[in-house]
Design a protein around this ligand. Structure first.
Ligand code: ADP
Ligand code: MG
Length: 699
């Protein structure tokens, strides 16, 4: 492969700050910068000037089309391409792109899910440029990151509420910083999402209808070897995968995506890619792009990239870790313990805001990662439990404990900690990170939310997290702004918060049965095991109130989202169920029947030749397989019935409960019998590639 100069390559397909500065007039640049940094409304002339330079740049790079690139509630990105061409009087064309086309688009949006928000007669939604996320070129198309709304202004996408939540947090965090004597331009949240995925051979993939239709295997007996030797994690990367990663990095770098760390993961054929963190909306756009490009590049290497949360039973599934923090425009990380006592007090206040947010809105965080795919992982001892709790590490916990109880912290010096007077004893960061069983862990200067599924958009959890933290900060600001003695009030506030919310802090083993018991019975934490358990909480009064108050969602938007997410869950499982039925009736049963036929024929033939043969193998296998085919038939009929019954509900909550309680258990039963049949049948007669072939055929 041709080696590229990385700094030169990096961002070469992005209309980034370097390009803007170089191409725009000083006045236009300054005005656009103000829009980006301070959310000031963009003037029309500025939009015109930017559009014209953007077009020149894009055409120079070979682009012929442009698109408003947005993130509807389907969870994947959407784009509709328009070419730049406009007829010119001489019969030719010129390449045109106006300011209007840059800032607003009007896709016919009637086929995107809206959960009743947009009746089909007002099918047009509009897309609006998000100037804080740079435009880029992909497949000869200039892509303009946008938000997507209905004509009445309701958000129809994942980006709009995310941007609103960032605004909410910005507003409240600035109030707090002001109390500490700091005027900042803005506070933004940053995210570094670590992305897990599987890579399998394309030929194998194409032989599996379950992978093609659902992204996961719905059948498959365990191979003799899985992940038990722990020989894959951080193992030497295979040449085909290395070639893929090199290509992928180049593509991502061109798009200005800071792809940084790559390694093999726990399961065979599983890998991880982590970028360097960036501002949340940019990180969200980049993560969506990253997932798309991973799949494209894999195809080029005759492989398929699986982003499903649980492509294979019996080995680990894939998640995404959302490393999250808050920083000011001057680059101060608000979750970094400071050097001086005063900075420490500020750090502790922001830390408390997160602790309170996670405790008060456990349900929102849980439901923000709830999908049919992710339900397979959470609580299954390969990913965090469905119960949300925070890991702070022993040292920070001891510090909070000391503050709460006015007792000496047993660190280097024994002092009773009075905020604003004493420095927090230094604690070593590196000891804080290693509890992998916690869903929400403090890792020195950021929190790592580990419950996300690999295919989740990170927009969902971040809008909830930002909004919830904004709410804690608002309460603090309301109180502290009125206080006569700031330091004393601050101290009291932190003490109270720790006392009130310490139930959410847990440093122990999140995989243990004891934790479920303690969390739910003693601490009263929520254990929302599945999507139908979690999603309806979106409409709980306290949640609606908070999200409305911070202008992240309107009530109708929330209702529509709850419906869409549950619908998505039901549809996903329904497709899985139908795929199972199809595979069983068209392939598995006929295949087993074929094998039974050959066994029966062989037995007859052998017996006709010799009186001494017992045909024990043939007969016992036939007996077992025949029992299994009866069970398979019975279970497939039961599953068909359960799927049919779903049509009789007119309420999405009831439908989703029936999916959870009836359909999924029946799918599991059916799979059990088919997988057992696989273990006693000849590989030659088996209609689909085995787990062994799927997991171990890339070198
Ligand atoms: P690991 O979790 O494997 O130890 P790191 O902690 O170094 O790795 O980083 C994991 C991810 O967290 C990376 O994407 C990194 O860029 C991101 N990260 C680091 N600092 C911050 C921060 N202040 N805000 C958000 N993400 C961050
Ligand atoms: Mg990490």
């Amino acid at each position: 492969m041709k080696k590229q100069n990385v700094p030169e390559l990096f961002g070469s397909m992005v209309f980034d700050d370097r390009e803007m500065r170089a191409r725009l007039s000083a006045k236009v640049y300054a005005s656009l910068r103000k829009t980006i940094d301070e959310n000031v409304k963009l003037e029309e002339e500025v939009a015109e000037a930017v559009a014209s330079e953007m077009r020149d740049w894009a055409v120079e790079k070979g682009a012929t089309h442009f698109t408003h690139w947005f993130q509807p509630l389907t969870g994947v990105t959407a784009e509709k391409h328009d070419s730049f061409i406009t007829p010119s009087p001489d019969g030719g064309v010129i390449m045109e792109f106006s300011g209007k086309e840059l800032i607003k688009g009007e896709p016919d949006a009637s086929s995107f899910p809206s959960g009743g928000l947009r009746a089909t007669f007002e099918a047009r939604g509009y897309t609006a440029w998000d100037p804080t996320s740079y435009a880029f070129i992909k497949d000869h198309t200039l892509c303009i990151p946008t938000a997507f709304c209905s004509y009445s202004g309701d958000a129809l996408d994942k980006k709009t509420p995310l941007l609103r939540s960032m605004q909410a947090l910005n507003r409240q965090a600035k109030r707090i910083l002001k109390l500490f004597g700091k005027e900042v331009k803005y506070v933004r949240t940053s995210v570094g999402p670590e992305q897990e995925y599987f890579l399998i051979d394309r030929e194998m993939f194409e032989k599996r209808p379950d992978l093609i239709y659902t992204g996961r295997t719905l059948f498959g007996a365990m191979p003799p070897k899985g992940q038990e030797l722990d020989d894959h994690y951080f193992g030497v990367i295979k040449p085909r995968v290395t070639a893929f990663m090199e290509d992928l990095n180049e593509e991502l770098w061109k798009l200005g995506i800071l792809a940084k760390t790559e390694h093999n993961e726990v399961a065979p054929a599983q890998h991880e890619l982590a970028p360097i963190f960036s501002t949340t909306n940019v990180a969200t756009d980049n993560n969506q792009l990253m997932m798309e490009i991973m799949q494209k590049v894999a195809r080029k290497h005759d492989m398929v990239c699986l982003l499903h949360e649980k492509p294979f039973a019996g080995v680990n599934g894939s998640g995404k870790h959302n490393n999250w923090s808050m920083a000011t425009d001057t680059g101060t990380n608000l979750l970094s313990p400071g050097e001086t006592p005063y900075e420490n007090a500020q750090f502790l206040l922001f830390l408390c805001a997160v602790i309170q947010a996670v405790d008060d809105y456990q349900d929102l965080l849980r439901l923000s990662v709830a999908t049919a795919g992710n339900d397979h992982r959470l609580g299954a001892n390969e990913a965090p439990p469905a119960i949300i709790s925070i890991f702070l590490g022993d040292e920070l916990t001891a510090i909070l404990d000391a503050i709460e109880n006015d007792k000496p912290y047993e660190g280097q010096e024994k002092v009773i900690m009075k905020l604003g007077v004493h420095a927090i004893p230094r604690f070593s960061r590196d000891t804080t990170d290693r509890n992998r069983t916690s869903p929400f862990a403090f890792t020195g200067n950021k929190f790592e939310f580990r419950s996300l599924g690999s295919s989740n958009s990170i927009a969902c959890c971040n809008m909830m997290l930002n909004a919830a933290v904004a709410e804690s900060l608002k309460q603090y600001a309301d109180r502290l702004e009125k206080a006569d003695d700031f330091e004393t009030s601050l101290h009291e506030l932190i003490k109270e918060t720790i006392k009130k919310h310490e139930r959410i802090l847990f440093n122990g083993n999140g995989y243990g049965e004891e934790w479920v018991k303690e969390a739910t019975e003693v601490r009263g934490l929520l254990d929302l095991k599945t999507t139908p358990d979690a999603m309806p909480h979106l409409l709980d009064e306290k949640n609606v109130k908070m999200l409305k108050e911070h202008k992240v969602f309107t009530e109708t938007e929330l209702q529509s989202r709850c419906e869409i997410m549950l619908e998505n869950y039901c549809k996903t499982v329904n497709i899985e169920g139908l795929t199972m039925v199809d595979m069983v009736r068209k392939n598995y049963l006929p295949a087993i029947e074929g094998y039974l036929y050959s066994l029966a024929k062989t037995t007859n033939l052998m017996k006709s030749v010799s009186d001494n043969v017992k045909c024990e193998y043939e007969i016992s296998t036939m007996d077992r397989l025949s029992e299994l085919t009866d069970s398979i038939l019975e279970s497939v009929v039961e599953l068909e019935k359960a799927l049919e019954d779903l049509k009789s509900f007119d309420d999405i909550i009831k439908t989703s409960e029936s999916v959870r309680d009836v359909v999924i258990p029946r799918m599991e039963t059916l799979r059990k019998y088919v997988d057992e049949a696989e273990t006693v049948s000849s590989e030659k007669c088996w209609p689909f590639p085995s787990y062994g072939k799927l997991l171990f055929s890339v070198y």
